[in-house]
Design a protein around this ligand. Structure first.
Ligand SMILES: NC(=O)c1ccc[n+]([C@@H]2O[C@H](COP(=O)([O-])OP(=O)(O)OC[C@H]3O[C@@H](n4cnc5c(N)ncnc54)[C@H](O)[C@@H]3O)[C@@H](O)[C@H]2O)c1
Length: 537
């Protein structure tokens, strides 16, 4: 393999698996492998635990800082490095990481405790202080990471086979082609590794990735060799005009009318037939360039055309960049109900360019922000605080887009097919979707309807204070807080068609507090009617 342009440096909390990842990646690249903890122990002549006992943590950190800065200064394109979990506490170390590709092995606190806790490391004595340390360090890791690798959902790896076939390696090996592509990029582009039961794919987030129209750069991260697999693009007329020419040579580009009313079986049929006319084969792939409508429709066409071809999602709206491009739900609306026909079809890759949001009309940006708000309500904590404080009228900060994408990917990794946990993402959507159907997909943008759905969900949750706060946040963005042009009966009738319905029961997603959202909640008919009636102006 050709050498990397920047070193790969693995960071993360205790038990994240940095040493294993460096071993695997180092071997695959035939690179210099360094582990700061190992080098320190060699220098001390005893274990880190003993060093803590003899000289205390502060003295250890000073020595660690010296060593890590030295390592990073000399790290070249052929180095793969694991850093001790606490080394990033040093500002000098954080600065020294700047030129390299910093790879975060993400791990949840429970798994970390299972692997590294119970006194096996100096700072892993009791679960409470372990969890506190985890929460302290997490924002630092997240700020530094160029790459986020989730915990491996395929536990068994076979290193010998991995050398010839990455599918048998750990997550770092499977993501290696994209780590290498990123290493050849200027800093600033980030990689999230998406894992789901049915497959894994890279999510690349970078300003100018698409909008700059740099074909060489795009080619380096494109998941297919375009000579062997031709790209066929589905976009809408507005987005095609703006960005259709920025994706390099396309075998064909099909532009559908913009907006929700095009998300139909008739449009899907038109796309299938145009692809057939243009000679698309199963060796080729689709590119979905646009918002959630294009992503859902093109994803559905990809899932079904010749029984399935790959799709690369290139989301250009806020809804799509924070939510719809990930997780593989694809489909179209029926007059009877929203998203009623579709398939699960994970993308081959998602390429996110936040700069495309600059051309998004303000009303679309505001509507898209509702999905950000929904995600923040589910996540709670720092994301909730930040989203509440964000100024209306501007695209969210890139770290907010990243945080939303990561939450969605984590939820999907746990439950790809909506069997349990994934239902949290439907917060506000049961009534929201019913409003869209009852208004024939014409009156409200998706995000606007979900905003009204959130207000209904908060009423059903009995969260009056939080509801008032959310109402204020929506109003500040000019989003509707009262339902117009449709009656309570129509909306309640449309709720009855919800896809989540089991017998007579429609499970609702309710909120106890930001960060505490529960699925499968029972709601009485009269309460639902009252919550919808309250929305009617
Ligand atoms: N699959 C999922 O998991 C999922 C999740 C959430 C939402 N969705 C779906 O997403 C859809 C809503 O998506 P949406 O809000 O992106 O709507 P959309 O795709 O209709 O886009 C909104 C408008 O913005 C325009 N546009 C898009 N990108 C632009 C850009 N960069 N500059 C200028 N104009 C641009 C489009 O032409 C369109 O007119 C709904 O159908 C919803 O069901 C799906």
């Amino acid at each position: 393999m050709a050498p990397l342009d920047r070193a790969l440096v693995f960071i993360g909390f205790m038990g994240a698996g940095k040493t294993t990842a460096v071993g695997e990646v180092g071997l695959a690249l035939d690179a210099e492998m360094l582990d700061s903890d190992d080098v320190l122990e060699e220098r001390f002549g005893h274990s880190i635990a003993e060093e803590f006992e003899r000289n205390g943590e502060a003295a250890f950190r000073a020595k660690e800082e010296e060593l890590v800065c030295e390592m990073l200064a000399y790290a070249g394109s052929d180095s793969v490095i694991a850093l001790g979990g606490g080394s990033v506490l040093s500002a000098r170390v954080r600065d020294a990481l700047e030129p390299h590709v910093t790879v975060l092995l993400d791990i949840d606190v429970k798994t970390a405790w299972r692997r590294a806790g119970r006194g096996r490391r100096p700072l892993a004595g009791d679960p409470e202080s372990f969890a506190k340390l985890y929460e302290q360090r997490r924002p630092l890791y997240e700020e530094l990471a160029d790459v986020f690798l989730p915990p491996d959902i395929r536990p068994l790896t076979d290193l010998t086979r991995a050398l010839t076939n990455p599918a048998f390696g750990g997550v770092a090996i499977r993501a290696l082609p994209w780590l290498r592509a990123l290493a050849a990029f200027p800093p600033g582009t980030r990689l999230l590794w998406a894992a789901a039961e049915s497959g894994e794919y890279p999510v690349l987030v970078g300003r100018g990735l698409v909008s700059a129209g740099d074909e060489d750069r795009l080619a380096r991260i494109w998941p297919f060799d375009r000579a062997a697999s031709r790209p066929f693009c589905v976009t809408d007329e507005t987005v095609g005009e703006l960005y259709g020419g920025r994706l390099g040579k396309l075998a064909e580009s099909i532009a559908i009318p913009p907006g929700e009313s095009a998300k139909t079986l008739a449009t899907a049929e038109r796309v299938w037939r145009e692809l057939a006319h243009a000679g698309m084969t199963r060796a080729d792939h689709l590119v979905a360039l646009g918002g959630g409508v294009v992503g859902d429709l093109a994803g559905f066409c990809a899932a079904t055309y010749q029984r399935g071809v790959p799709v690369v999602q290139v989301p250009t709206t806020l809804v799509a960049q924070v939510d719809s491009a990930y997780g593989g739900k694809t489909g179209v609306d029926l007059p009877e109900a929203k998203n009623y026909v579709g398939a699960y079809h994970q993308p081959a890759a998602v390429l996110v360019d936040p700069d495309t949001l600059r051309t998004l009309p303000l009303a679309e940006l505001s509507a898209g922000w509702v999905e950000v708000l929904k995600t923040a309500l589910i996540a709670g904590g720092a994301l909730w605080e930040r989203v509440c404080a964000e100024a209306p009228g501007l695209p969210p900060e890139e770290r907010t887009i990243l945080a939303c994408a990561r939450l969605k990917l984590a939820v999907v990794a746990e439950d790809e097919r909506d069997g349990g946990r994934r239902q949290v993402l439907n917060l506000g959507h049961t009534v929201g979707h019913a409003i869209e159907t009852a208004t024939v997909y014409g009156r409200y943008r998706h995000g606007e309807a979900v905003g009204l759905g959130l207000l209904a969900a908060l009423r059903l949750s009995g969260q009056e204070q939080l509801r008032a706060h959310v109402r204020e946040l929506l109003s500040a963005r000019g989003l509707p807080v009262a339902l117009e042009g449709v009656g309570v009966d129509e909306v309640v009738a449309a709720v009855a068609h919800d896809k989540k319905r089991v017998g007579a029961h429609i499970p609702f997603v309710l909120v106890h507090a930001p960060g505490d959202v529960r699925v499968g909640c029972e709601v009485a008919d009269r309460d639902l009617r009252a919550a919808v009636a309250e929305l009617v102006a």
